[in-house]
Design a protein around this ligand. Sequence first.
Ligand code: AMP
Ligand code: ZN
Length: 140
Amino acid sequence: MKNNDCVFCQIVKGLMPATKIYEDDDVLAFLDISQVTPGHALVIPKKHYDNFVSTPKDILSKVMSVTQRISQASLTMLGAKGINVLTNVNREAGQSVMHFHVHIIPRYISDRGFQITMLKNERLSELNLPVLASEIKKGL
Ligand code: AMP
Ligand code: ZN
């Protein structure tokens, strides 16, 4: 995808409005336009990388550092009782904007939101975990 077509690059360039929370030379954070819970925020590198996997480590570290600060502020200032920090990689995982971003989703008592256990699949309980682990380790 050309960066010109990227909605988050447009926000970085100031061509598209956003409710900004934080900005420095490398990182921008703003509220997600469709709030999963109050305070749902996105943290992005200003430079375009497609996703978490293709982002250089130094940039990733800056994005995660800002993610941590905003998460802390959400707990203290919004009264959130928990936070989900997540990033989707590729369309198969639900990525719809192909510019790396981390979701910060503050969680509140009884917000009836997502839990990772909802993804669990009884049919996968027979998987050979040592074989899966060894396949992953080969790629490290
Ligand atoms: P993902 O599905 O992980 O790619 O998340 C993309 C997120 O970007 C979604 O939660 C959208 O609501 C959000 N989004 C898309 N366009 C905008 C925009 N112009 N300003 C703020 N958030 C946006
Ligand atoms: Zn972009």
